[in-house]
Design a protein around this ligand. Sequence first.
Ligand code: ADP
Ligand code: F6P
Length: 354
Amino acid sequence: MEKFKRIGVLTSGGDAPGMNATIRAVTRTALAHGVEVVGIYRGYSGLIAKDVKPLTLRDVSNMMNHGGTVLYSDRCPEFKTEPGMQKAIAACRELGIDGIVAMGGDGTFRGATDLTLRGVPCIGIPCTIDNDITSTESTIGFDTAMNTTLELIDRLRDTCESHARSNVVEVMGRHAGDLAAYTALASGATAVIVPELPFDEEYLLKKIRTSRALGKRNFIVVVSEGMGSDFAPALTERIEKETGVESRFARFAHVVRGGVPTLRDRMLGTMMGEYAVEQLLEGKSKLVICKRDADLVATDISFALITDRMYKGKLQEGDLAPYTEEQVAEMRALCNKKHEFLASLCHSVDKLGL
Ligand code: ADP
Ligand code: F6P
């Protein structure tokens, strides 16, 4: 505990609702331990530029109910270069930053790893609407993005029902189908298409024709952005041409990345923020805070990143070499659990969306 006089907190990569609740929890937990906190603006860009502000108890008031991030975010290619990294390390020394809590996704965690390995201990907190960090069941921002997406789909369904139309909806998620699958199930969509699972277009067209013949008026088809930007518009045209059901296309994109964070995202951000600071002050680093069942656990960042690669089927030669058989088995179990859950959601969408 002696070692830490001042820690930094930053938000990086795509912003996520709940980041502000997390900043508040990090700040107040550290201050309660007598450790100063500086807010680093614009993620790693602000660290390199020494764009920081000391945070007091009052500085983090009245913000947990706001979306976005009061510390702003950025994508910083310079930080990935050795000269950029050296500037960041020098900035930490100059500013007296003894450790950093970094909120973001896998790119942010890679940066946090590089900093830790060069002497600035970091702890990562998973904040992304994509829910694409395999070692945690939930990322901060996912719940809000799901609820916003759900509300928008419900609105589209109203107008589809009135006009007897189909609406193909593309939702964000980068390479992950979580946002698409969860919201498709909860909105009663006819189909969901995600990059993790095969898609049978003929089957979907037949399903729409059959349901239309049986009197169904509205058809919602949710597509994850990981299918590629041309996929959903082209599918919209084919549905209309091949089934005769008039069709529209909507891309929700960044609209669902903003807005008032839900209770779940505020809770998760608050709990992870507190936990991250406790881990850091106990002298731990290069960890990402994860939710497993009802618990929070701290997982080694490299373990988490390799598990993500395993989940995406992108393991590289030697990736698993540093790990024991038990650790590899744990990675596989995490991947299988996540994949099976996603597949079961997609299966239910198809079975029930009639
Ligand atoms: P996310 O954290 O949401 O995955 P990005 O992939 O854009 O978002 O990463 C956020 C930032 O993290 C990048 O702009 C960069 O500054 C830093 N970063 C990403 N990848 C690396 C890497 N391999 N090494 C060091 N820093 C990285
Ligand atoms: O990672 C969050 C995310 O919103 C993804 O869903 C999306 O692919 C990407 O970020 C969009 O990035 P940008 O903000 O650079 O347009």
